[in-house]
Design a protein around this ligand. Structure first.
Ligand SMILES: Cc1ncc(COP(=O)(O)O)c(C=O)c1O
Length: 457
């Protein structure tokens, strides 16, 4: 929910919406900010809303978001058939419930749970809800272990997505945030252990940092905890990477193969390749999810365990996830994700070759990379580059790194399914033109205040 401002900041000084005269013989007044007294014909209402939304950016050219912007027509059809299904109505929609369970088992197997048939997990609205649930399970386990004496804390790098700060704030857990330092832009094993103590409920390791697409060294973090803090579990925030690494880096141990990893989340709507509205969390076994957090809902006359923040939730996205698993299979996901990685690494290489840019990452972990301006570029800023790219239709965010590295401003490209080599050629051509134009400029025109980018969409 965005907190709507009911005071100033209105998007227009007009109190009434403009209605195309084709639709109405007489002028009609449709209030902009209050519930209209009467209704409109559906085609008129449709046109008004549709026309306003035309001003949203083109989702396919949005290189800022991690979230799926294209699905096949069959997926759309299936979703449309299921828009009326509520995920919580397990009794009424038992097949939808069964598909959710199958997805959980597929993910548990993909992430090497010791026994996929007993691993436990659920769908969520996205990774944020999944992280909240995983964090709550770690907090409850800490309470059981210690009797809840002292203040719990959670250890994470400054690069975590905002959902972890929310978790700590909403559930009264101290956020122990390991700052960035020099060229260390994510959590390392040495730093993680320094921040843990007897009240640490867990360490969050991010597989695929939102800031630069790099993987955190999950195995090293686990090994260091084995040595120094054996009671501290690790949650892997694989919002993006948990659907990349199994296909592109099968030899990398980051998942339940590491016994310290108690839970993993991913966003079905990121590299799970489903439209927005679905995430997943899986615990390695029933011990990792305390029984006293689980609620029971009626299911076929029996009771069905659930763990969720929401009650009602759309079922269509979960069904679309199952469709995508069937449609692509392991092979298909591997093809799609590897293609994204190839596009990302080639594109980052070509950007580096343009001259004025320095890469922070290459897109060889998540197909996501961050780059900044070379030190000798003084006439323009990354914010200028972002603004000029926007004129050509490309949405490429520019943002500043967090505390300790606020001096560093970068651009970030997220390569998703649908970003082809052809599109990336067009992108490089536009970027080259932007640079040529900006080279005429004497000093930067835009600073970080010009960026309204909300991290990690
Ligand atoms: C690492 C990480 N964790 C959590 C999230 C939140 O995910 P969601 O948007 O699915 O709630 C994101 C989003 O970008 C992310 O990158």
């Amino acid at each position: 929910m965005t907190l709507a401002n009911t005071g100033g900041n209105r998007d227009s000084s007009r109190d009434f919406l403009a209605v195309n005269p084709v639709f109405v013989a007489e002028p009609v007044e449709v209030p902009r900010n209050s519930l209209p007294a009467g209704g409109l014909a559906p085609d008129v209402a449709y046109q008004i809303v549709h026309d306003e939304l035309m001003l949203d950016g083109n989702a396919r050219l949005n290189l800022a978001t991690f979230v799926t912007t294209w699905m096949e027509p069959d997926a759309r059809r299936l979703m449309a058939e299921c828009f009326d299904k509520n995920m919580i109505d397990k009794d009424e929609y038992p097949r939808t419930a069964a598909l959710e369970e199958r997805c959980v088992r597929m993910l548990a197997e993909l992430w090497h749970a010791p026994d996929a048939s007993t691993a436990i997990g659920c769908s969520t609205t996205g990774s944020s809800e999944a992280c909240m649930l995983a964090g709550l399970a770690m907090k409850r386990r800490w309470q059981h272990r210690t009797g809840g004496q002292g203040r719990p804390n959670i250890v994470m790098g400054a690069n975590v997505q905002i959902c972890w700060e929310k978790f700590a704030n909403y559930w009264d857990v101290e956020a122990r945030v390991v700052p960035m330092s020099g060229d260390r832009f994510h959590l390392t094993a040495d730093e993680a252990v320094k921040y843990c103590d007897e009240n640490t409920i867990g360490v969050v390791a991010v597989l695929g940092s939102t800031f630069d697409g790099s993987y955190e060294p999950v195995a090293e973090i686990c090994a260091a905890l084995d040595e120094h803090h054996p009671h501290v579990p690790v949650h892997v925030d694989g919002a993006s990477g948990a659907m990349i690494a199994p296909f592109c880096d099968p030899g990398l141990e980051w998942d339940f193969r590491l016994s310290r990893v108690c839970s993993i989340n991913t966003s079905g709507h990121k590299y799970g390749l489903v439209y927005p509205g679905v995430g997943w969390v899986v615990w390695r076994d029933t011990d990792a999810l305390p029984e006293d957090l689980v609620f029971r809902v009626n299911y076929l006359g029996g009771d069905m365990p659930t763990f969720a923040l929401n009650f009602s939730r759309p079922g269509a996205q979960v069904i679309a996830q199952y469709f995508t698993f069937l449609r692509l299979g392991f092979d298909g996901y591997q093809r799609v994700q590897q293609y994204c990685r190839d596009v990302a690494t080639q594109l980052s290489g070509r950007i580096a070759d343009l001259g004025p840019f320095r890469l922070l990452t290459r897109g060889d972990q998540l197909p996501v990379f961050a780059f900044t301006l070379a030190d000798d570029v003084t006439g323009y800023s990354v914010f200028d580059v972002s603004a000029h790219l926007r004129e050509a239709g490309w949405l490429v965010p520019a943002y500043t790194f967090p505390e300790n590295r606020t001096d560093l401003s970068v651009l970030r490209v997220v390569v998703r399914n649908g970003m082809t080599h052809d599109l990336s050629d067009l992108f490089v051509a536009d970027l080259r033109r932007v640079v040529q134009r900006l080279e005429q400029q004497e000093k930067p025109l835009r600073g970080k205040e010009s960026s309204s980018f909300a991290h990690g969409t």
